[in-house]
Design a protein around this ligand. Structure first.
Ligand code: ADP
Ligand code: MG
Length: 679
């Protein structure tokens, strides 16, 4: 029934159907789930004498004069008329709305809904009102939905079509199970559907909204949990010997923190369980994820399989290569590198070693998941940095072995409540503890006035042997702003500090060039490295104790936090200076957050709160589906409930096979099919 095309509705012809299709609306059900973005209260009618400047009101009034057309300049024509009721007269104005001419009959009564303003002669006017004939109100006399529109569709058309769709759909079938609805006090679907569009009052609207928020999040949760179910059902290679990592841990120059131990235990348990591991390890920068990954890799190799470690950039890959080679020194574990930037000959050699099993561990970039790469027996894949490594890539890698275990590392701390839904298809370990003795990076947010002092500070410290990063935001070439551009900035800084060597690194450089510069910095030949965010993840230069970030207001807080994590890896006190511009209150608060906290989780919560989920997810591309009605931040309580509820539903009916769950299942499948959850 609800799958019927909207073409069945009166007034929806081919052209209009196409306009609706642009909004993703094809069926009547699509139409019903096209929710309003706001409502206007047109339920109360006021007397003209009672109207106040600035308010948006309904008046019921008689047309006193026909619409007059006054062209005041090119592209600006005013249409005006006077209406009156038994308390007074009101002029009504439309700008450039030719259509209103001929819509009104003198002496007839109309309902007009619009904003009351005062014109420059002190006269009270109503501007651009919505109107209709009194007596058969359709668009006034009630709370009216306002929809997000595209060109060609007007509010009136959508409102009218929505009414028809509701009528055509008739009685809707409830598909949230009764026990869930009762437990969470959710409105029944017919009530909710009517009131989300045409509420009797705002309380009814809120009740309706709550139900649909719940419904949307429930379906998302079910879809994610279902996928997790598939993953956890997948058979995995059993690593019999999990104690072997003790030998490895003993060789480390430091004891593991409790959080590292706990995480490693969780990993080892997974690898021993007979099921394929799908685990995300979340830990702040510097929390020691690499050591944990190395232990897991050690276990894989000692249990007779190969392991692969993927990094998002070539620099990181080669750093991981160095780190692992160092960790595994003298252990008879053969580590090879595989990146796109390697010479064809070297690459072929790597392929051979991988396919014959001569290589125990492969460290590399996305090159690892290319077709030509064949593993001898891949048992574990570690991916560094989840947000650059989507589900699709994971699937590709999984296909390269017999369900190799998957370990994903992320230094992007996201609020715990959200981690569960974003990574609902993964198990999560959190390393929420830094190794002892770490000094926090002292952070200051400053304005332009402070630049001289900051540079003096820089000179003093670099003179004493430290190295510094200067980071600026990535700038599109087309974007013509006064933001600091990396190349120009590097030149300027070189002029300010002729006694130091300044290096430049940005994303458009060839990988080889980047590596050269980075190596120069690692070796200490370059004292100041000016760069865009290409240094963001993972690179480790203990002697770099200073970081200056230009246009810090342009960055997400989590990103600033990650950048800042590049310094403070040595024994000296490290500093991070944020140059922030603008007097924006939110910017101020965000910078304050950076200065007062070193806790990535706290910072990410603040960022989410200050900027809202739109920005947070938009800029970070966390890969969450676009929510129709739920706001992941404001509705986080409902989010929690929907998680519980999803678990309950699956406990009753793991495959969603029961007839009463069929509609739920359909909607989950659709969400997955849309690949919304997949990316
Ligand atoms: P991240 O989690 O950012 O990847 P790394 O694994 O690069 O962190 O670790 C950062 C630094 O801390 C490395 O130099 C590493 O050797 C060191 N480290 C890791 N674990 C410990 C520990 N338990 N005690 C002391 N230092 C540690
Ligand atoms: Mg790391």
């Amino acid at each position: 029934m609800e799958n019927k095309s909207i073409r069945y509705l009166k007034g929806v012809g081919e052209a209009r159907a196409e306009l609706f299709a642009k909004k993703g609306i094809k069926t009547i059900e699509d139409m019903l789930y096209f929710f309003p973005r706001a409502h206007e209260d047109r339920s109360q009618t006021k007397k003209i004498a009672d109207c106040e400047i600035g308010e948006t009101v309904c008046v019921s009034a008689t047309v006193f004069s026909p619409v007059r057309e006054t062209r005041i300049r090119k592209n600006m024509t005013i249409y005006s008329m006077t209406v009156c009721d038994d308390t007074g007269a009101l002029s009504v104005i439309w700008y450039n709305n030719r259509f209103v001419k001929g819509q009104f009959h003198t002496n007839d009564e109309y309902i007009l809904f619009g904003k009351i303003t005062k014109n420059r002669y002190g006269k009270t006017e109503m501007i651009n009102p919505v109107y209709e004939k009194a007596g058969a109100e359709r668009y006034t006399g009630k709370i009216v939905p306002i929809y997000p529109l595209t060109g060609g569709l007007t509010q009136k058309i959508v409102q009218r079509t929505m009414e028809l769709a509701l009528k055509e759909a008739g009685r809707l079938e409830e598909y949230i199970p009764d026990y869930i609805r009762e437990k969470y006090k959710l409105a029944e679907i017919n009530y909710a559907m009517r009131n989300i569009h045409f509420p009797d009052d705002f309380q009814s609207y809120n009740i309706a909204r709550e139900r649909f928020v719940f419904e949307e999040l429930l379906i998302l949760q079910l879809a994610l949990l279902n996928r997790k179910g598939e993953n956890t059902q997948a058979e995995g290679i059993v690593f019999e010997d999990t104690r072997c990592t003790d030998d490895f841990v003993k060789t480390l120059p430091f004891p593991l923190t409790n959080a590292q131990k706990r995480t490693l235990d969780e990993i080892l348990k997974d690898m021993n369980s007979g099921k394929m591991m799908n685990r995300l390890v979340q830990g702040d920068v510097g929390s020691g994820k690499t050591a944990v990954a190395a232990a897991a890799i050690y276990a894989a190799v000692k249990n007779g399989t190969q392991a692969a470690m993927m990094a998002p950039t070539e620099i990181l890959a080669s750093q991981h290569l160095d780190t692992l080679t160092e960790f595994f020194k003298g252990m008879d574990i053969n580590v090879v590198l595989l990146t796109g930037g390697m010479k064809a000959k070297d690459r072929r050699l790597a392929y051979d070693m991988i396919s014959t099993g001569a290589a125990d561990v492969v460290v590399g970039t996305h090159a690892i998941i290319q077709e030509q790469v064949e593993f001898y027996n891949l048992g574990l894949v570690v991916a560094d940095e989840q947000h650059r490594f989507g589900v699709e890539q994971r699937a590709k890698l999984a296909a390269k072995g017999h369900n190799p275990h998957m370990l994903i590392m992320s230094a992007t701390p996201i609020p715990r409540t959200l981690a569960l839904i974003l990574y609902g298809d993964l198990d999560i370990s959190i390393i929420d503890e830094l190794p002892p003795g770490r000094k926090t990076v002292k952070t200051y947010a400053v304005g332009e006035k402070m630049r001289k002092r900051v540079y003096a500070f820089l000179q003093k410290n670099i003179g004493a042997g430290m190295q510094a990063y200067v980071v600026c935001p990535l700038i599109e070439e087309a974007e013509n702003t006064d933001l600091q551009n990396a190349a120009e900035l590097a030149e300027k800084i070189q002029k300010v500090f002729p006694m130091f060597k300044v290096g430049l690194m940005h994303g458009k450089m060839r990988p080889k060039m980047k590596d050269e510069i980075m190596n120069g910095f690692v070796k200490g030949e370059i004292q100041i490295l000016v760069s865009t965010t290409v240094i963001e993840v993972g690179v480790n230069v203990p002697n770099a104790g200073l970081m200056i970030i230009e246009n810090a207001e342009r960055f997400g807080l989590s990103q600033l936090h990650q950048l800042r994590g590049r310094v403070g890896r040595g024994t000296e006190q490290a500093y991070c200076i944020l140059f922030a511009h603008g007097n924006n209150e939110i910017t101020k608060k965000r910078m304050e957050t950076m200065c007062m906290s070193n806790d990535g989780f706290y910072i990410s919560e603040q960022d989410l709160e200050l900027r809202g989920p739109g920005d947070f997810f938009g800029t970070r591309q966390h890969g969450l589906p676009e929510m129709k009605i739920a706001n992941l931040f404001e509705d986080r309580d409902i989010l929690k409930q929907s998680q519980e509820a999803a678990a309950m539903v699956l406990e009753h009916d793991p495959e969603l096979e029961a007839p009463e769950n069929r509609a739920l299942k359909q909607r989950c499948d659709r969400l997955i099919a849309d690949e919304i959850v997949m990316n």
